[in-house]
Design a protein around this ligand. Structure first.
Ligand code: SF4
Ligand code: SF4
Ligand code: SF4
Ligand code: FES
Length: 948
């Protein structure tokens, strides 16, 4: 294996219908108009020396190393800033140029510490390469003059170091932070010799920097360099794989020494990220080898017993015999499983297969139940497919972007960077969110409208926007007539035009001034390509599915589905939410969203699997827990999911788990759910296995094994063995065989194979005979369901009401540096930025309660109470408080309620009536939970220690 090196064309690849033809060093080349001479030369394989240019950034023209001669032009223009033109005759290698370049390099090197042999970037330094390329052997100026050799290093960031002694002030880092990341954290201070890179006059940690790593990636020297490279040295080999965090699905090169990861470098050919990353994927991978990893299977009779390490055979055999015993005693329906959006498609597919074929029921559900299940329901009903309509790139063609209930800069940072780029180019922005998220106002971006609605009133807001569109004659009539069901449309138009849906009538619920809603609606309907991006702030409500349909209605009414720049786009939380749903994880659906009651579909599976399948939908997660409390559901296999932390109303979840006779947890760590487990099966991180993840664009990306599984087996192997022990043999020698089976059974996947993924890099489903290389945009000429279906979306206020006892509304979300329940990120230096969950509260509410930032406050709801620190913040509106749920010992879900989406049971995490008051104590639940956690770790032989 070798290190994958991508070609750097020096300047961005241009796309143009017009080609220009020029001659470079005697060779003719045709390139799209707008291409630089440097990139044109590179397309011939001619590398012109360069320092300040790289193809992820617009040309800057500062280093003067890339000089060329062009016939008929005076002087020696910089090839990076000179566009190629028809008929141009360019020379890149002449005696004169060689002399000039050598002179430039001499100046750089005279202020550069000559410690190449001991430098961490030795072998991966463009300055070193260029010195070689121009043939520099000696420096005439000497090193005694003025220099920067004694400048101080900035080691404040836990992941990378800034060593100004090596800086050549090429500006690449500053431009990367601006152009690629869109954070504008860096500047060049001083002039001439005194020019220095500065993170806003402070150190990196104290600055606006969000640790995306773009500047480190762009730096041609060792000035900005990963600490892991300083510590371990240069990597030796690499493989391309996919980030295991969010639904953006960024591709990375895992750069290795032996089986140790040295760094994760965002992959330029990765279609989702095109060479960009965020702090999680780029740096927060150390959890994979954290000392808390459990690498030996364990069993125990009762959950109060200590764990006993056993062999894989014994653990799997014990789990199987327990499931068989339970089914024998309590019936076939008494057991089930939960799949995880953090596992690969292949692993998820096998778990649901195990449930259907080995348990012989349909009691399988997935964590998408608690996040994007309303997306599946709402988009399938209106458009015909349970998935987003666009690829991420599409946002570059949007004119008006409507972000609803999503916080992309924290939750989906790499997509947010794309979106911010488009906004800086002039696209208009409407944000609908109860909280003032960063996107509302950030460098060079200001939302045209921030519709700061009360949590729980999304449907009232979307109806009010649609009301304006309908009553002010802004419907795209041709589009609707041609593409949508007109009977449904007429019924919907009458409903939505009713006065009760007007912005004025809705204001009492939403709190958003009617004039703002009217103006935003006009902008969306008339501003060109209108794209909707949304997140869990839409789905995690009692009307989550209604809201998804409301957005689809709006998109159809304004003609905004079926081409680039438009669409209804769910920003998926976890890396494989889309895939987990696609793979048949829901109790009523087989892979490809086909109902288990459909005889023809079921028969295909029965034939392939050689097993009769249950014809009735199985239990959803909340039903499993209810039935466990009721005494009829007794056994659960949970793969890669921590329902005791992530699901709502923790006390109800733990009551359900405690009532079961066999809980099998398969995970990297002893998580909260493992406190209630009888069998623990060690999991494998994304670095330890092969497979695929499907991101929010429906893009299937390869996950590639770069190190052996620490526990000896990947999950797909364990699931196969468990199935065999249950009496239903599965035999696969590689996940590619599982994908082959998925393809045989799933019409939208029939064209997917590992071979094709190897050739094309990634594939967006549907990928089949009709679309052999996949489908970038959905619903282009017609909707998947035929005619687009408008649905009635009556606003029904949630039953969770505020009152004198609980006067505030709590809404929850996530933060950039942490991820979901924090199992991974809490075991990395990402906790530097977010060591605990805090409660954001508006100054008005804080003052009324005598609360200051840093005070411990008790947060109580009808479900329970916890204590956490307060942060007084004007991001909030009066009456609404906010927290994250990344830390198990905070227990944010002790507070949340059992209310859920009417169609899918997705919990209403985003609306909980609460009261907040100052306190000196942690809650009883927290104290007890802490004791249990310490005990659990001691039992497992893991002493409690601070996260690394
Ligand atoms: S830190 Fe690196 S990228 Fe930034 S100006 Fe210095 S050498 Fe160039
Ligand atoms: S890490 Fe990212 S945000 Fe921070 S300075 Fe570099 S480019 Fe900017
Ligand atoms: S967490 Fe999401 S945005 Fe960040 S690197 Fe991973 S996939 Fe990309
Ligand atoms: S690479 Fe062209 S001026 Fe620096």
């Amino acid at each position: 294996m070798s290190l994958i090196k991508e070609i750097d064309f020096g300047t961005p690849i241009r796309v143009s219908e017009k080609q220009v033809t020029l001659t470079i060093d005697g060779e003719a080349v045709s390139v799209p108009a707008g291409t630089s001479v440097m990139a044109a030369a590179m397309s011939l394989g001619t590398k012109i020396p360069k320092l300040c240019a790289t193809d992820s950034l617009e040309p800057f023209g500062s280093c003067r190393l890339c000089l060329v001669e062009i016939e008929g032009r005076r002087g020696t223009p910089a090839s990076c800033t000179t566009p190629a033109e028809d008929g141009m005759v360019v020379r890149t290698q002449t005696r004169n140029l060689a002399k000039l370049r050598k002179g430039v390099m001499e100046l750089y090197i005279s202020d550069h510490p000559l410690d190449c042999l001991t430098c961490s970037a030795n072998g991966d330094c463009e300055l070193q390469d260029m010195a070689g390329a121009v043939g520099l052997r000696e420096v005439r100026y000497g090193y005694e003059g003025e220099n920067h050799f004694h400048d101080k290093k900035d080691t404040s960031n836990p992941y990378f170091t800034y060593d100004p002694t090596k800086c050549i002030v090429c500006n690449r880092c500053v431009r990367a932070c601006e152009e690629v990341q869109g954070t504008f954290a860096l500047t060049i201070t001083g002039r001439g010799f005194d020019s220095r890179v500065s993170p806003g006059g402070t150190d990196f940690l104290g600055s606006e920097c969000v640790s995306c790593g773009a500047c480190v990636q762009a730096c041609p020297t060792a000035t900005l360099i990963e600490n892991t490279v300083i510590e371990h040295g240069q990597p030796e080999h690499s493989k391309v794989t996919t980030c295991a965090y969010c639904g953006v699905g960024c591709s990375f090169k895992a750069e290795m020494q032996g089986d140790r990861v040295v760094r994760m470098v965002p992959y330029k050919d990765g279609k989702a990220n095109e060479g960009h990353s965020c702090v999680k994927g780029r740096f927060a991978w150390g959890y994979a080898t954290h000392k808390d990893r459990i690498t030996k299977p364990m069993i125990r009779e009762k959950i109060s017993d200590p764990w006993r390490e056993v062999s894989w055979d014994e653990a799997i055999g014990h789990a199987a015999s327990e499931f068989k015993r339970i089914q024998g005693r309590y019936g076939r329906e008494s057991v089930g499983a939960i799949t995880s959006s953090r596992c690969t498609n292949e692993e998820v597919f096998l778990v649901q297969k195990l449930v259907r074929a080995a348990f012989r029921n349909n009691n399988v559900d997935t964590c998408a139940r608690v996040c994007h299940s309303p997306t599946g329901y709402g988009l399938k009903t209106t458009l015909g497919t349970s998935a987003g309509t666009q690829d991420f790139k599409s946002v570059a063609k949007s004119d008006v972007i409507l972000v609803i209930g999503a916080n992309p800069t924290d939750g989906h940072p790499v997509f947010a960077s794309r979106m911010k780029k488009r906004l800086r180019e002039g696209a208009r922005l409407i944000v609908a969110d109860p909280r003032r998220i960063d996107l509302v106002k950030s460098p060079h971006i200001r939302a045209d409208y921030h519709l700061q609605l009360m949590p729980g009133t999304n449907v009232a807001l979307i109806n009010a926007i649609a009301h304006v569109v309908v009553t002010e004659g802004l419907i795209k009539e041709d589009y609707v007539r041609e593409r949508c069901d007109l009977v449904d449309f007429e019924v919907w138009a009458r409903f939505i035009a009713d006065e009760r849906n007007s912005p004025e009538a809705s204001e009492q619920f939403t709190g958003v001034p009617a004039a703002d809603v009217r103006a935003a609606a006009r902008l969306f309907a008339t501003g060109g390509n209108g794209a909707i991006y949304y997140g869990l702030g839409v789905t995690e409500h009692s009307q989550g599915s209604t809201m998804v349909m409301g957005m689809a209605n709006l998109a159809m009414a304004t003609g905004n589905i079926g081409r680039e720049g438009v669409g209804v786009n769910p920003l998926r939380g976890q890396n494989n939410v889309q895939g987990a749903c696609d793979m048949g994880s829901f109790p009523h659906e087989l892979s490809g969203y086909r109902h288990v009651e459909d005889d023809a579909t079921r028969q295909i599976f029965e034939m392939m699997w050689g097993q009769a399948l249950d014809t009735e939908p199985g239990l959803r997660i909340p039903n499993m827990l209810d039935e466990a409390v009721g005494g009829t559901f007794k056994g659960l296999y949970v793969q890669g999911e921590d329902i005791a932390q992530s699901d709502p109303n923790t006390q109800h979840v733990t009551a359900g788990l405690s009532a079961m006779e066999c809980v099998v947890v398969q995970d990297l760590f002893l998580n909260e759910t493992a406190k209630y487990a009888h069998v623990f099966l060690p999991g494998a991180s994304f670095l330890e296995k092969d497979g695929t993840f499907t991101n929010a664009e429906r893009r299937i990306n390869r996950v590639r094994q770069v190190m052996a599984p620490l526990a000896g087996k990947a999950e797909w192997q364990v699931t196969s063995e468990l199935s065999r022990a249950l009496g239903y043999p599965m035999s696969y020698s590689h996940p590619s065989e599982i994908m082959d089976e998925i393809a045989r059974l799933t019409p939208t996947f029939t064209g997917v194979s590992y071979d094709k993924l190897e050739k094309l890099g990634s594939l967006q489903w549907p990928c089949n005979d009709k679309a052999p290389t996949g489908t970038v945009l959905m619903h282009v000429d017609r909707f998947v369901r035929g005619k687009g279906k408008f649905m009635i979306t009556e606003f029904v206020p949630t039953e969770e009401r505020t009152g004198p006892r609980f006067p505030l509304i709590l809404t929850t979300g996530r933060i950039l540096s942490q991820y979901n329940v924090g199992a991974q990120t809490r075991r990395t230096a990402n906790s530097t930025w977010h060591a605990e969950d805090v409660l954001e509260i508006h100054p008005f509410d804080a003052e009324n309660r005598g609360i200051k930032t840093g005070d411990l406050v008790a947060l109580a709801s009808r479900s329970g109470d916890i204590s956490l620190k307060a942060e007084v913040s004007e991001r909030m509106q009066p009456g609404v408080v906010y927290t994250t749920f990344h830390h198990a010992d905070t227990g944010a879900n002790v507070i949340t309620t059992d209310y859920s989406d009417w169609a899918t049971n997705c919990p209403e995490y985003k609306v909980t009536a609460v009261e907040v008051r100052r306190t000196n104590y942690y809650s009883q639940w927290q104290e007890q939970n802490r004791e249990e956690s310490v005990l659990l770790r001691l039992i497992a032989g893991h002493m409690p220690e601070a996260a690394e």
